[in-house]
Design a protein around this ligand. Structure first.
Ligand code: DGY
Length: 337
């Protein structure tokens, strides 16, 4: 790891910044902490992360750093790990609880940006936008044609099925209403009548959603229970004209089964922002033309990424000041402290 240390502030609490962040944010941190930062942005090995956590009181990490019992094994002074991410499947919460380490994430600040992207990916997928661009760049566009141009699927007057109806799912539902879409959803628990009304959404069983949706959008958190929420059996329930969009996490979809289904024309198209084993992409997915691929960028606008970093810093500072962080996940650790 290429670390830089501000040695003039050695008396201040030590923190780790595990990946590159905005320079202004680093300056802000250096006013309060002795900062060990990995501005090279190269992912640390598990051993390097364990060592880097061994003498710090706080850490800012991203969803790519796995914080488990092994990462925490030498972390005798660590009080808080602040994820710069709303999803926290990189955290082993029981292991963090056992080590007395507070875990925080960055909800709310990325909701609208991520919902915007989910909708953009849905539109690009249904209307074959990247496939069309490749077609134009390849010089295949020789004339306007009624039938021999890339023909897509409509969004207006269609039914979108959202699996995972948290803040981002509800944001996508509200956008879909503006397109005159019918919104059905499936979630671990049904929304209140008031929330359902606000996003015009009706709760249905997962099977019914898969059978009836023209467009299926996945926005649920990754957990062991949600692994392969969409596999061959679920795809078999979908309409052959349907699209599937995953902005949730790799592992929610069985990418191998999806590639087979796309190649066999079992569904119309897919839009993926997240992948099993990312940044690797299943080689069979790369062979599909009826797919839109993005490099996990749903929250990637500068404004939102800055807000995520700021919230993570706020969480870290609160924890190190003995206050309850605004987005603390494992509240039991704070109440025991
Ligand atoms: C999130 O915040 O969970 C995004 O997917 C980035 O990891």
């Amino acid at each position: 790891m290429n670390t830089q240390t501000n040695t003039s502030l050695a008396h201040k609490p030590k923190i780790l910044v595990a990946r590159a962040i905005f320079p202004e944010a680093l300056v802000k941190l250096e006013a309060f902490y002795e900062v060990h930062s990995n501005q090279s942005d190269q992912l640390m090995s598990a051993e390097a992360l364990q060592k880097a956590l061994s003498d710090v009181q706080g850490a800012l990490v991203t969803g790519s750093e796995r914080i488990d019992a092994s990462a925490l094994a030498l972390a005798k002074d660590l009080k808080v790990v602040a994820n710069i991410s709303v999803g926290y499947n990189n955290f082993d919460i029981p292991a963090m609880n056992a080590a007395g380490v507070m875990a925080t994430n960055t909800p709310d600040v990325l909701t609208d940006t991520t919902a915007d992207f989910g909708f953009a990916l849905l539109m690009a997928t249904a209307r074959r936008i990247t496939e069309s661009e490749h077609w134009v760049r390849a010089g295949k566009w020789d004339q306007w044609s009624i039938v021999n141009n890339p023909l897509g699927m409509d969004l207006h007057n269609s039914t979108v099925g959202i699996i995972g109806m948290g803040r981002i799912g509800q944001g996508i539902a509200k956008r879909a209403l503006g397109f005159g879409m019918k919104v059905i959803y499936h979630n671990r628990s049904q929304l209140s009548a008031e929330d359902e009304k606000a996003c015009g959404a009706s709760y249905v069983a997962k099977e019914s959603l898969l059978q009836n949706a023209d467009h299926v959008v996945l926005v649920l958190p990754y957990t062991a229970q949600n692994h392969h929420t969409i596999g061959a059996a679920e795809i078999a329930l979908m309409k052959p004209t349907a699209t599937l969009v995953n902005i949730a996490r790799g592992g929610i979809v069985d990418d191998s089964a999806l590639a087979q289904a796309l190649q066999a024309g079992k569904i119309f198209a897919a839009g993926l922002d997240v992948f099993e084993g990312e940044p690797q992409v299943h080689p069979e997915l790369l062979k599909c033309s009826n797919i839109v691929l993005a490099p996990h960028i749903a929250s990637a606008t500068e404004k939102t990424r800055r807000a995520m970093v700021d919230l993570a810093i706020e969480n870290l500072q609160a924890a190190l000041d003995g206050k309850e962080p605004p987005s603390l996940i494992n509240t039991e650790v704070f109440s025991k402290a």
